[in-house]
Design a protein. Structure first.
Lengths: 389, 90
């Protein structure tokens, strides 16, 4: 078996930071401009063994926690939000596989994933469900120990570059739309036919095209745990936590840009406080507020990672929805604030203080899994509980 | 309203039928059948909960608001019985 440089979870984030500087930052502009997959970054992450971070050590991974992966996600995002989003989405898929009861086929896949550093993508949305990941139209058809699945999805981020796709579907052809399972769709029984391209304002490197997915294979590739359980205990919290770390990295990059702008102004006239200094102090406070929220959520998840009852409580669902809403608004606030500080230097595309890419990426945060949908869910969930007596 | 165990079950079935938006007729389900497999969503479940709170004059405490409490008619009945019992004068 191949051995990778990142053998322990302790140095995961530090190594991600090093990869960020050498293999992510130099290509970030090009990835954005050409809306292309950050292949240099993903190759480097593979070579470093980063793709198996969450896989248990007994299966050849590093047995890392969500805090470890979240911190690495953040480091990558300070250089390129698209790269960090690919990293986050991959680990979200792995988390779903490692945190729920498994079987021989799924375990051996995880082993292979660690060994060959395979990249996982997700197909949780479906054409026709109006963005509701909790319901499916497509269904798993099973017979003689085999399954078959056909799904039209408006988006599978980096689908063309992934080694396998985790797709949601109705449990059987007779199941209601919310009785879902998660299916590991892997070669040789996987075909992905692109049905739309990806030319968006931000997160251009995620190559989030639409696909017609057709998969078949041994039916042990269908995860034994119902998706609503996986969703409550893993998919919802881990996705919102890791995405929030992508946005935190984005916000951090904007704050650094604003700070170095104010510092350059200060050096021009020593003794006179630059105009933007006060705004920078305010921006820095807002950023630290966001960092506290986002990092706190990751720590709390690790603390309660095995308390399945608590993770599946309505209150925790409300908390995770609120995390996504707050963090996605804060990133827009912070990057916008940085623009006010850098002024025209930030507005220009050809200046070292340009904030164009960060601004475009930031606005994606409120849209990917629309905040209105999450607020609508919380509006409903808050009608009960809270121990009113 | 407290009543017997049969009354309680009937009221729970009524609330699930009225607000659960299930994919199947509630009467076809056994007390132990999984309601989430029958199409209950977490959001529809909130409405069922409100219906039960109104029917029984109870309030579900935070500790009960998790999937396992509402996964079947009999699971809901255990929760309701506990809360109804708490409200009764001893």
């Amino acid at each position: 078996m191949k051995t990778f440089a990142a053998t322990s979870r302790a140095d995961l984030a530090a190594r991600a930071a090093a990869i960020g500087a050498t293999c992510v930052a130099p290509f970030a502009e090009e990835v954005d401009e050409e809306s292309r997959f950050p292949r240099e970054a993903v190759d480097a992450l593979r070579d470093d063994g980063q793709l198996s971070a969450l896989v248990p050590t007994r299966l050849g991974g590093q047995g890392a926690s969500i805090v470890d992966v979240a911190e690495a996600t953040y480091r990558l995002a300070t250089h390129c939000a698209s790269t960090a989003m690919v990293y986050a989405m991959h680990h979200l898929g792995v988390a779903c596989l490692v945190r729920h009861p498994t079987n021989e086929l799924l375990e051996s896949y995880l082993h292979e994933l660690a060994d060959r550093q395979l990249l996982l993508a997700s197909a949780t949305t479906e054409t026709g469900t109006g963005g509701d990941v909790g319901s499916s139209i497509c269904a798993v058809e099973r017979s003689d120990g085999r399954f078959r699945l056909e799904k039209q999805t408006p988006v599978i981020s980096y689908g063309q570059y992934a080694d396998a796709v985790l797709a949601t579907a109705r449990r059987t052809i007779d199941s209601p739309s919310n009785d879902q399972v998660l299916v590991l769709c892997a070669p040789p029984g996987l075909s992905l036919e692109p049905i739309s391209g990806w030319d968006a304002l931000g997160f251009r490197g995620t190559c989030s095209s639409g696909f017609r997915l057709v998969a078949e294979g041994a039916d042990a590739a269908v995860l034994p745990t119902p998706f609503d359980v996986i969703s409550a205990e893993t998919n919802l919290p881990v996705s919102h936590i890791l995405w929030s770390h992508v946005w935190l990295g984005l916000a951090g990059a904007a704050v650094r840009q604003a700070r170095s702008y104010v510092q350059s102004e200060a050096r021009k006239r020593p003794g006179a406080t630059p105009q933007g200094a006060l705004r920078l102090a305010e921006l820095d406070a807002r950023y630290r507020q966001m960092a506290g929220l986002v990092r706190g959520a990751a720590r709390r998840f690790d603390e309660m990672a095995d308390d399945r009852e608590a993770l599946s409580s309505l209150d925790y669902a409300v908390e995770m929805n609120a995390l996504k809403v707050s963090a996605s608004r804060l990133v827009v606030d912070v990057v916008g604030g940085a623009l006010l500080i850098c002024g025209m230097a930030g507005y220009r595309q050809d200046s070292p203080f340009s904030l164009g890419r960060l601004l475009r990426d930031a606005y994606g945060a409120v849209l990917m899994l629309n905040n209105d949908r999450l607020l609508g869910a919380n509006a409903q969930l808050l009608l009960v509980g809270g121990d009113r007596r | 309203m407290t009543g017997t165990r049969t009354d309680i079950t009937a009221s729970i079935r009524e609330a699930v039928a009225a607000y659960g938006q299930l994919a199947v007729d509630v009467q076809t389900l056994a007390d132990t059948d999984d309601l989430f497999h029958a199409g209950l969503t977490s959001l529809a479940n909130v409405t069922v909960l409100l219906g039960l709170e109104s029917a029984f004059g109870i309030e579900f405490p935070e500790r009960m608001l998790r999937r396992s409490t509402f996964e079947s008619i009999s699971a809901i009945r255990s929760a309701v019985e506990e809360l109804v019992g708490e409200n009764e004068p001893t």
